[in-house]
Design a protein around this ligand. Structure first.
Ligand SMILES: CC(C)(COP(=O)(O)OP(=O)(O)OC[C@H]1O[C@@H](n2cnc3c(N)ncnc32)[C@H](O)[C@@H]1OP(=O)(O)O)[C@@H](O)C(=O)NCCC(=O)NCCS
Length: 220
């Protein structure tokens, strides 16, 4: 098949959106979300950890509205207000030449950011926990990954809270825009590890009050 015959790559298109959690609604990002996400993405305390820090809304919106960017971005709503965003970037795994086809689209790199006004309530944990469920239960991915600067303590704590396993710590390999070479961390989780761990304890607690059915325990 030639490249022009390929259908648009939209792995998240197989999910029925929006998706609700105990307190939040997750939906696919739309161009109109550029404004709401810019309110926090422009803040220095947020931007310090991001790869890009566009100087103007126009530059930010142009990047946000790219079809390739929208295709992998979700927004997080609390009571109808956008309070954060998530990234699910489905990718190929590394493979030897003979088996590259079997490694196509089997994993995802994840990202998560919240408006600082909404930190400290477990919203990112709740949203990322649901993203793991979507990745493993619905998209049937075999592995998810997430990277951050080692100094980004809130991000590391988040990944650990949702059960991701730290699989790399790299020393002064990443150049920050401040000019400093910083340490990095890489987290990952396999589908079988996620199934073994069972639901996040806090989600179980939330569901105890909102569902009448049997509650699964944390088996970690
Ligand atoms: C990474 C980021 C999303 C984490 O946000 P956060 O508010 O710390 O995470 P949560 O929303 O899950 O809240 C967890 C905190 O709320 C507390 N909490 C309160 N209720 C909770 C609940 N029901 N469930 C879980 N945690 C709860 C937790 O104890 C935790 O506080 P602690 O870190 O002091 O122990 C945020 O710091 C951020 O947006 N950073 C900038 C962007 C970024 O760096 N992204 C990551 C790199 S891509």
């Amino acid at each position: 098949m030639t490249e022009t015959q390929q259908p648009p790559f939209d792995p998240l298109g197989s999910v029925t959106w929006p998706v609700r959690t105990a307190r939040l609604l997750l939906r696919r990002a739309e161009p109109r979300d550029a404004e709401a996400t810019w309110t926090y993405r422009q803040l220095p305390e947020f931007a310090q950890w991001q790869s890009g820090a566009p100087a103007t809304f126009a530059t930010y919106a142009a990047q946000f509205e790219q079809p390739g960017s929208l295709a992998k971005t979700l927004v997080v709503e609390l009571d109808g207000t956008v309070i954060g965003d998530l990234l699910i970037s489905v990718q190929d795994a590394w493979a030897q030449d003979e088996v590259t086809e079997q490694a196509r689209g089997v994993q995802a790199d994840l990202g998560c950011g919240l408006h600082p006004a909404h930190n400290g309530h477990g919203y990112a944990t709740e949203a990322l926990g649901e993203v793991l469920r979507l990745c493993f239960d619905e998209l049937q991915l075999r592995r998810v990954t997430a990277d951050c600067f080692a100094d980004n303590t809130a991000s590391r704590r988040l990944m650990e809270r949702v059960g991701m396993r730290r699989e790399a710590y790299t020393v002064r390999d990443s150049l920050h825009r401040s000019g400093a070479w910083l340490d990095g961390t890489a987290y990952a989780l396999l589908q079988e590890e996620w199934r073994r761990k069972g639901p996040l304890p806090f989600i179980v607690a939330e569901c105890r009050s909102c569902r009448s059915g049997p509650v699964q325990g944390d088996t970690s």
